[in-house]
Ligand binder design. Structure first.
Ligand code: NAG
Ligand code: NAG
Ligand code: NAG
Ligand code: NAG
Ligand code: NAG
Ligand code: NAG
Ligand code: NAG
Length: 293
């Protein structure tokens, strides 16, 4: 009987907590303009589909339990729909093709999802450039189940094709791109002098969450020279913590890690490359800011 009573009290407490969390949830409104944009990479310029002209697209950043409205205005020439990867209540309009010149508002009710998710165009050809992070922070009254980070950084591993992709490209076969990218930057390894490199600035002894999204339909390896990573979350949930020197990300997988800038002040390579071909890497730079303390 005592057990039952305790159970009841526990349940009531849980319900109360739930109501507390629910009552603090917010609504967020995002406007996405899907458009053709001229982008130059690998020394040539082409038209790609983007959201608001950026590659990768804008980041959504909300809290656990919030509701997100994303009004997608299709100013491009092709019909497109958006997939909300890893969100349980994503049936809302996921099959809705938005015709050119029209708009549609996705309503996403977050429940227990926490950590990093992502969104992308449902079509394979469009999703190579139309994608972005969907970050779910703890609720306002909730702590991280690990030491609180100083800040966080999203890293999207992408790919770049010199040729124009069209509706004929229903799938993206492995090992086809002309370059891999980190947050849209091909890095210095592509024989094109004025290419841009992704740079991530950290403070010595700082603690960071790094959110790594593999937007490529290939298994990718990711690592930061001389630094170890602690896996903290996957698939919209916290995971059992484990240490690693490099991550293997399945196609379209997302992994959240904790990362401490605890090496000698300097700069270090950030590397992403396909598992199938270790010579085709893209690099970014981790740079310690030099503070005068
Ligand atoms: C996209 O661009 C529009 C128009 O400039 C702007 O109002 C909107 O806030 C932008 N959306 C995001 C997510 O940045
Ligand atoms: C790279 O730099 C050269 C020389 O400044 C310039 O002519 C060329 O247009 C640039 N290429 C790209 C892709 O920006
Ligand atoms: C999109 O349509 C406009 C108007 O019909 C046309 O001028 C433009 O070239 C098209 N763009 C692409 C990438 O097909
Ligand atoms: C989609 O949104 C509508 C309007 O808020 C809601 O009534 C409906 O339950 C949602 N559908 C799903 C599958 O969540
Ligand atoms: C289209 O956008 C307008 C304003 O930008 C908004 O009032 C309307 O609800 C949107 N329509 C749909 C179907 O989402
Ligand atoms: C895109 O489609 C064209 C035409 O079918 C094909 O030649 C090309 O290899 C495809 N590109 C990729 C990256 O799959
Ligand atoms: C991803 O790659 C696999 C194997 O190469 C292929 O069968 C599949 O169609 C691809 N999916 C997409 C969405 O491109």
């Amino acid at each position: 009987m005592g057990f039952q009573k305790q159970g009841l009290m526990w349940l009531t407490g849980l319900l109360f907590l739930n109501i507390l969390v629910l009552s603090m949830a917010d609504d967020h409104h995002y406007e996405f303009f899907l458009q053709e944009s001229q982008i130059t990479k690998l020394c040539s310029t082409k038209n790609i589909l983007t959201v608001n002209g950026s590659f990768p697209g804008p980041e959504i950043r909300v809290r656990r339990g919030d509701t997100v409205f994303v009004n997608v205005h299709n100013q491009a020439n092709s019909s497109v729909s958006i997939t909300w990867e890893g969100i349980e209540d994503s049936n809302n309009g996921s099959n809705q093709l938005i015709q050119p010149g029209r708009n549609f508002t996705y309503q996403i009710e977050l429940d227990d999802e926490i950590g990093t998710l992502w969104w992308h165009a449902t079509n394979a050809w469009a999703s190579t450039t139309v994608h972005g992070a969907f970050v779910v922070l703890p609720a306002a009254n909730e702590d991280y189940p690990f030491p609180a980070p100083d800040s966080d950084q999203t890293i999207i591993i992408g790919e770049w094709f010199r040729q124009e992709l069209t509706e004929a490209n229903q799938t993206m076969a492995a090992a086809q791109p002309d370059a891999y990218t980190i947050n849209g930057h091909p890095g210095e390894t592509n024989g094109c002098g004025n290419e841009t490199t992704f740079e991530y600035q950290v403070d010595y002894q700082g603690l960071y969450i790094v959110r790594i999204i593999n937007a490529v339909n290939e298994t990718m390896e990711f690592g930061v020279a001389s630094h170890s990573l602690t896996i903290i979350g996957q698939r919209g949930a916290y995971s059992r913590r484990s240490f690693t020197n490099s991550l293997t990300l399945a196609p379209h997988q997302v992994i959240d890690v904790l990362f401490c800038a605890n090496q000698n002040v300097g700069h270090y390579y950030i590397t992403a490359r396909p598992s199938s071909d270790t010579t085709r890497s893209t690099t970014g730079i981790l740079r310690y800011t030099t503070t005068s303390t």
